[in-house]
Design a protein. Structure first.
Length: 737
C-alpha cells in the first residue's frame, strides 16, 4: 500500500507536469548539463557556506526551500511571466529537503535548468502575444493605471489575469517612448525590438551562466553580499579589482532586464564627472556619432563590452536617474573612457568662511572630503602607495598652517575601503584605544586599536554622513561618536553594512582535496562582522547621527535594511576604552540651535519642499496610462522643478566663500558659481534641484555641518555652559609624564 501511495503521488505529479508543459512549453530543445567537475565545485561551495560563512548557524536545510521562489524572482523580478501555478508546481516538486540534499551531496542543480526552461517558454509565448498586440490599435486614452513595482506582489493566477496585466504593461512601455518625443509607430518598433532582443538573449544563455545565477541565489540565502562567480565572471572581477579596465568606473548589474549602476568607483570617469550615480538605470549606449543602442533586455556581459573601449574615447549613455520622480524621465550623458585615476579619488580639503552665530564675524572652518579608504596593499605598485590617512593628515597640516577653528570630515559618499586605513584615520583624532571589534564565524572577537598616541588635530570636529556612507566610513563615524570626539551630522542613518567579505577561488579550495577541475569559479562570502568600541554593531541600523538633517536619501531604498536576507543587528560586550558619547549638556544646545535654523532658514524650507514633493511622488504606486494625463503631470512636475531650481540659484548667492586645499597644490579662493539655466536641458533642470553635492553647488547639508561646528566653537568659549574635562568636540590629550 505504501508503494501504491507513492505511485499515486508520482502519477499525480506527472499529470500536473504534463499539463503544465503541454499547455505552455515549446522551449525545451536546449539542453543544460552539470559536468562532474562542476558538481564537485557545487558541493564544495555548500561546504564553505556551512563551515565559514558568518551566518552558517542561522541557515538550516529547511531554509533551502526558499531558493526555488528566490530563483524564480531572480529571473522574473517584476512577476510578469511566471504564473502562481508555476511557483506551486516547482515548490512541490523541489521541497527544501530535495534541494539541500541534492545540492550539498550530489552537486545537482536540476531546478535551475527546469525553472529556466519554464521561464524561457513563458517569455517566448508572451513575446508572441506582445508582437501580435503591437499590430493592433493601442488606446492611450483610457483611465486605467499600471502598478509600477510588482516585485513584492504575487504572480498572476492564470493566463487571463496575465493578459490583462500585459495589456497595461504594453501601454506603459509605449507611453514611455511617446513621452520621450517618439511617434506612436516609433514607440511600437522600439518595444518590438526590445522583446525580440529579449528572446535572442534567452537563447544565448549557457549552463555555466545558469549555474552562476542559481548558486548566487544559494549564497544570498545566507546574506545579500555573498555571491558566486563563474570562471569568466571572476576573470572580469579580478581585472576590475586591479582597476585595469578602460571604461567609465562603475560596477553594473542587471535587475528586471535593466542595467543598473551598483557602485561608482572613486577616481573613475563616472565619479569625476558626477554624472552617474548608484541605482541609475542605463537604457541606451552610444559610440561616437552612431545611433545609441537600447540595452534593456541585453545580457550584462554584452552591455559591459559596449561601455568599455579605448582610453580617451567617448561613450554616450541614456539613463533613467535613480531619483527621477517619473519613469519616463531620461537624461543623456557623455563620459570619456579612462583608467581609474587614483589621484582623483584622493582626499581634498577646503576652508570655508562661516559667519559666527553670535557675532556674525567669519570663522575659518576646514572641510576634508574623503571618497574612499584607499591605501597600499600587497598588490599595490609604487604609484599606488597613497594612503587615505596620510593624505588627510597632510591636508590637516595645510589647513592648520593657514588657521582653522573647526573641522568637518565629509564621508557622505564614502562606501568604505581598507579597514587598516579606517583604524589609522580614527587614530589621528583620538589619543589611542580600540576603534573596531571584529567577530568571525567561530564567534571569536578581535579588538583592533589605534596604538599611536599622536593626534593630528585636537579642535572641534563634525563628521558628515549619508545613507551612502558604508562599511569603513561607519566604523570611523561610530568610533568617533563612541569616544565623544565628534558630533555626527547627516541623514537619519548611515548605510548599515557591518560585515566583511572574502573572495575564495574554488580551484585553490578544491586542490587541497585533489579534486580541482581545469576551470573553476570563485565565491565571495561574508566571514566577519564589525562592532564599535562600545559593542554595538553597525550592521543594518548603521550609525545614527547626533544631529539628523532632512534628506531625500531617507525615502530611497538604498540601505542595508532594504536588502533581502540581510544579517541582523546585534551587540557584544564593550571593549575597554577611555571615552564616552557626548553629554546632553553639549549635544542638546547643538541640536536645539540646528533645529531652530531648520525651522527658520529659507534653504531648509526649500529642501523640505523638495523632499515633500519627492516623498509624495514615491508614495504613488500606480501611474496613469492616459497620454494626456501623463503629459499634463509631467509638465506640472517640470514647472515645479524649474521653479525650485531658480530658487536654489537665488539661495546660492549667499554661499560661503572658500579656498580649496588639494594635495600638492596651493589654495585657491572660490565662491560658488552656477551655469546659466539656459545651458541645462529641461530634464537636467528637473533633476538638479534635488541633488546637493560637491563644493561647486549649494550644499545645504555641508552648510549646516559648518554652522554646527561654529556652534561648538562658541560653546567651547563658555565653560559655564558645559561640564567636562575638555571643550566640546575636542580631543583628550594625555599629558606626558
Amino acid at each position: 500500500m505504501k508503494f501504491l501511495g507513492s505511485l499515486r503521488h508520482g502519477l499525480r505529479w506527472l499529470l500536473l507536469l504534463s499539463l503544465f508543459v503541454g499547455n505552455v512549453y515549446a522551449w525545451t530543445d536546449k539542453q543544460f548539463t552539470t559536468t562532474t567537475g562542476q558538481a564537485r565545485e557545487i558541493t564544495a561551495l555548500i561546504r564553505l557556506l556551512e563551515q565559514i560563512h558568518y551566518n552558517h548557524e542561522n541557515v538550516r536545510p529547511s531554509d533551502y526551500g526558499q531558493i526555488i521562489p528566490d530563483f524564480m524572482g531572480e529571473l522574473d523580478g517584476q512577476r510578469l511571466f511566471f504564473l502562481a501555478t508555476d511557483k506551486e508546481a516547482f515548490t512541490k516538486r523541489y521541497p527544501a529537503s530535495w534541494v539541500y540534499n541534492n545540492i550539498s551531496s550530489l552537486g545537482k542543480i536540476d531546478p535551475a535548468y527546469e525553472i529556466y526552461k519554464a521561464y524561457a517558454s513563458r517569455v517566448e509565448t508572451r513575446v508572441q502575444w506582445i508582437l501580435a498586440e503591437l499590430k493592433k490599435d493601442i488606446d492611450l486614452t483610457t483611465k486605467e493605471t499600471y502598478l509600477l513595482d510588482r516585485a513584492k506582489g504575487p504572480w498572476c493566477a492564470d493566463e487571463k489575469e496575465a493578459d490583462a496585466l500585459w495589456s497595461k504593461r504594453l501601454r506603459f512601455e509605449v507611453l514611455q517612448d511617446v513621452l520621450n518625443k517618439k511617434t506612436l509607430e516609433e514607440a511600437r518598433q522600439n518595444v518590438r525590438k526590445r522583446y525580440e532582443r529579449m528572446l535572442k538573449s534567452l537563447d544565448e544563455v549557457e549552463s555555466t551562466e545558469l549555474a552562476e545565477w542559481f548558486l548566487s541565489v544559494v549564497t544570498r540565502l545566507y546574506d545579500p553580499h555573498s555571491t558566486y562567480f563563474s570562471y569568466d565572471t571572476f576573470a572580469d572581477f579580478a581585472i576590475q579589482m586591479r582597476l585595469q579596465l578602460m571604461g567609465i568606473g562603475a560596477l553594473l548589474g542587471v535587475e528586471d532586464d535593466y542595467c543598473v549602476v551598483k557602485e561608482i568607483i572613486p577616481g573613475g570617469p563616472a565619479d569625476v564627472s558626477n554624472l552617474l550615480h548608484p541605482n541609475d538605470k542605463i537604457l541606451f549606449v552610444g559610440q561616437g556619432d552612431a545611433e545609441p543602442v537600447e540595452v534593456i533586455g541585453m545580457k550584462l556581459r554584452k552591455i559591459v563590452s559596449q561601455i568599455r573601449g579605448d582610453k580617451g574615447t567617448r561613450v554616450k549613455l541614456t539613463i533613467q536617474p535613480a531619483d527621477a520622480p517619473d519613469p519616463s524621465i531620461r537624461k543623456e550623458i557623455v563620459l570619456t573612457r579612462d583608467v581609474i585615476n587614483l589621484d582623483s579619488a584622493r582626499a581634498r580639503g577646503a576652508i570655508f568662511e562661516v559667519p559666527d552665530n553670535a557675532t556674525g564675524k567669519p570663522l575659518s572652518i576646514g572641510v576634508i572630503t574623503l571618497p574612499a579608504f584607499y591605501g597600499p596593499d600587497s598588490s599595490s605598485s609604487a604609484a599606488e602607495k597613497n594612503s587615505a590617512t596620510r593624505d588627510v593628515a597632510e591636508i590637516l597640516k595645510q589647513l592648520q598652517a593657514v588657521g582653522i577653528q573647526g573641522l568637518v570630515l565629509d564621508l557622505r559618499n564614502n562606501g568604505g575601503g581598507l579597514l587598516s586605513e579606517a583604524i589609522d584615520l580614527t587614530g589621528i583624532f583620538i589619543n589611542q584605544g580600540p576603534v573596531v571589534q571584529v567577530r568571525d564565524y567561530y564567534g571569536d572577537v578581535k579588538v583592533d586599536s589605534d596604538e599611536n598616541p599622536k593626534i593630528a588635530y585636537t579642535g572641534p570636529l563634525a563628521v558628515l554622513v549619508s545613507r551612502f556612507s558604508a562599511s569603513a566610513s561607519e566604523i570611523v563615524a561610530g568610533a568617533l561618536q563612541n569616544y565623544g570626539r565628534a558630533i555626527i551630522v547627516g541623514d537619519s542613518s548611515t548605510h548599515g553594512k557591518g560585515s566583511v567579505q572574502t573572495v575564495i577561488e574554488m580551484k585553490s579550495y578544491l586542490s587541497s582535496f585533489s579534486l580541482a577541475p581545469e576551470k573553476t569559479g570563485a565565491t565571495k562570502l561574508t566571514v566577519q562582522k564589525f562592532y564599535l568600541p562600545d559593542g554595538s554593531s553597525t550592521q543594518l541600523r548603521g550609525v545614527i547621527p547626533d544631529v539628523i538633517l532632512p534628506s531625500i536619501d531617507d525615502y530611497l531604498p538604498i540601505g542595508e535594511k532594504d536588502l533581502p536576507h540581510a544579517l541582523v543587528w546585534d551587540d557584544i560586550p564593550s571593549s575597554i576604552f577611555d571615552g564616552k558619547p557626548l553629554a546632553p549638556q553639549i549635544l542638546n544646545p547643538l541640536r536645539e540651535a540646528s533645529r531652530a535654523r531648520q525651522g527658520k532658514l529659507e534653504e531648509f524650507s526649500f529642501l523640505n519642499k523638495n523632499i515633500d514633493w519627492f516623498k509624495t511622488k514615491q508614495e504613488i504606486k500606480t501611474i496613469s496610462l492616459n497620454l494626456e494625463e501623463r503629459r499634463t503631470q509631467k509638465a506640472a512636475d517640470a514647472t515645479f522643478r524649474k521653479t525650485m531650481e531658480k530658487q536654489k540659484e537665488l539661495l546660492a548667492k549667499n554661499s560661503f566663500t572658500f579656498r580649496e586645499f588639494n594635495l600638492g597644490n596651493p589654495p585657491v579662493k572660490k565662491s560658488v558659481e552656477k551655469k546659466p539655466a539656459a545651458e541645462d536641458s529641461d530634464e537636467d533642470a528637473e533633476l538638479a534641484a534635488i541633488r546637493d553635492e560637491g563644493y561647486a553647488k549649494f550644499d545645504i547639508h555641508l552648510r549646516e555641518a559648518l554652522r554646527i561646528v561654529t556652534d561648538a566653537v562658541d560653546l567651547g568659549s563658555k565653560p559655564e555652559s558645559w561640564a567636562g574635562s575638555r571643550a566640546p568636540l575636542t580631543a583628550q590629550v594625555t599629558p606626558k609624564l
